[in-house]
Design a binder for this molecule. Structure first.
Ligand code: TPS
Length: 212
């Protein structure tokens, strides 16, 4: 799939480790797709994450569901899985191996890379084949155990000022601060807990659509 930055607008990230069980995972994902997320990242990582055949089985169902709703599917840091299930893109962290080799191995799929600091940005600057950067954490997040210190709106504005890549902001984004994020003029917002921990997932996604 050719990359269009419009898909970054409402970018939902989820793995089974973020929720109670697999059935809740698919309930939340289906609701999010139905009410208007524009991209989905399957991120099976951290304590309680599935591996091997189990991860593959869930990923296949995720592929079918995202196709049904015409929403692009991005796989976090798993190139073989992404190829196997014909994902649209792959997302990498700064510690997920060599970015030039990763980009090469993603032939046909688009590529996103996480950036926290200016040093991270300079590490990937000039690498061709990167389609967007995920900038954050913007605010404190409880969802990623090994998260870097938050960079705040100032940090986001700074990376935006030096980057030619489309930007999706992530980390600690909630109803309380999402307007400030969009106001910076970045392409989109990525969230886990704003949706996965909402009392009412449908309302949360509808609200997101109205605020974006
Ligand atoms: C597009 N990342 C940075 S903060 C965070 C994650 C997973 C936790 C967000 O949870 N950019 C993209 N994808 C990624 N996986 C990352 C960065 C890494 P919450 O919204 O609950 O704070």
């Amino acid at each position: 799939m050719t990359f269009n930055p419009i898909i970054l607008r409402r970018y939902f990230v989820l793995g089974t480790q973020n929720v109670e069980n697999e059935s809740q995972f698919f309930d939340i994902l289906t609701t999010a797709l139905k009410y208007g997320i524009t991209a989905f990242q399957y991120r099976e990582k951290g304590d309680g994450a599935l591996k091997g055949a189990e991860k593959y089985r869930v990923a296949e169902r995720v592929r079918d569901l995202t196709r049904q709703y015409h929403v692009p599917l991005i796989i976090d840091d798993d190139i073989p899985l992404a190829h196997q299930i014909h994902a649209d893109g792959v997302h990498f962290g700064q510690k997920d191996g060599n970015i030039i080799e990763n980009v090469r191995a993603c032939n046909g799929m688009f590529v996103g890379v996480s950036v926290t600091t200016q040093a991270d940005f300079h590490r990937v600057q000039g690498v061709s084949g990167i389609d967007y950067i995920g900038v954050g954490p913007i605010f404190a997040t409880k969802t990623k155990a090994d998260a870097n210190p938050p960079i705040g709106l100032e940090g986001l504005r700074h990376i935006k000022s030096i980057s030619d890549w489309p930007i999706v902001a992530i980390g600690g984004i909630s109803n309380q601060n999402i307007d400030d994020i969009y106001a910076t003029g970045i392409n989109g917002v990525a969230v886990i807990s704003m949706i996965s921990a909402a009392d009412n997932v449908a309302d949360a996604v509808i609200n997101w659509q109205q605020n974006s």
